[in-house]
Ligand binder design. Structure first.
Ligand code: ATP
Ligand code: MG
Length: 237
């Protein structure tokens, strides 16, 4: 499988937005791409605010939601817990078979985890376990503000301790003020985590805002060049 595994330092840090923007950028560069959310919690599969529909809408993916996600769960909890509370049993193999069927349709796959790397997806599979199984380079999405250096460095170090290849970090939600102190976190992340910050996304207007705004990623980092092994563009201020 070729592609990227997108995880984050936490839930709500911008993984879906980043995954969708990478999908869009790859498609614009002429690459065939699919996006997968193994288990979605908090919204039914077809809900417009759920990750799968956002990946389709913002990422321009046209595949059926049922192909892009094994199962959606109502409660906004870690998938492993939401599954248990719903009395649903999902085996690792069933999930991997579903992913394999979908990934066979695309030359490049983006897989979005849930929460961070240690989150249980099923009884016997964490997000990190899945990343290890699919063997894709990992992109870590992080917040821009206070606390992010520690969260990001811990996530990168844990990923490496599991043998994962960390492509880099994407920081989401940088305030527009160029002099703001949050910019100081970028070199601190690179130093503490010993990995590049690939892109910094500004704090966008709500996702319903202009497409122009959501294309900012394209100007900063070329995911297609990363996938083709050419180079990584390290975006600085
Ligand atoms: N750069 C940004 N500018 C503005 N809003 C953002 C930005 N990044 C993320 N958000 C918003 O923050 C919220 C959480 O983002 P998102 O759903 O992408 O996070 P997530 O990491 O995928 O969460 P989950 O763990 O639930 O999958 C969303 O409403 C999203 O639009
Ligand atoms: Mg998400």
């Amino acid at each position: 499988m070729q592609g990227m595994f997108i995880t984050g330092t936490d839930t709500g840090v911008g993984k879906t937005l980043v995954t969708a923007l990478i999908a869009r950028s790859l498609a614009q560069d002429g690459l065939d791409v699919g996006a997968y959310k193994p288990l979605q919690s908090g919204h039914p599969l077809g809900h417009p605010d759920g990750d799968v529909m956002r990946l389709r809408r913002i990422g321009g993916i046209t595949d059926a939601p049922e192909q892009m996600c094994f199962r959606a769960l109502e409660e906004p909890l870690a998938p492993g817990l939401a599954l248990a509370r719903a009395g649903v049993s999902v085996t690792r193999d069933a999930l991997l078979d579903h992913l394999a069927a979908y990934s066979a349709r695309h030359a490049n796959m983006l897989i979005e985890g849930a929460g961070g790397l240690c989150v249980p997806l099923t009884e016997d599979l964490t997000v990190a376990d899945l990343a290890c199984t699919v063997r894709l380079p990992v992109v870590i999405v992080a917040r821009s503000g206070l606390g992010t250096v520690n969260h990001t460095a811990l996530t990168v170090h844990y990923a490496r301790s599991r043998g994962l290849s960390v492509a880099g970090v994407i920081v989401s939600g940088m305030p527009h003020d160029e002099d703001c102190l949050e910019w100081a976190n970028i070199p601190m992340i690179e130093e503490a985590a010993k990995c590049p910050v690939l892109a910094v996304l500004p704090l966008f207007a709500p996702e319903t805002g202009s497409v122009e705004q959501t294309l900012a990623l394209d100007r900063q980092w070329r995911p297609s060049e990363f996938l083709s092994g050419k180079h990584m563009f390290v975006m600085k201020e």
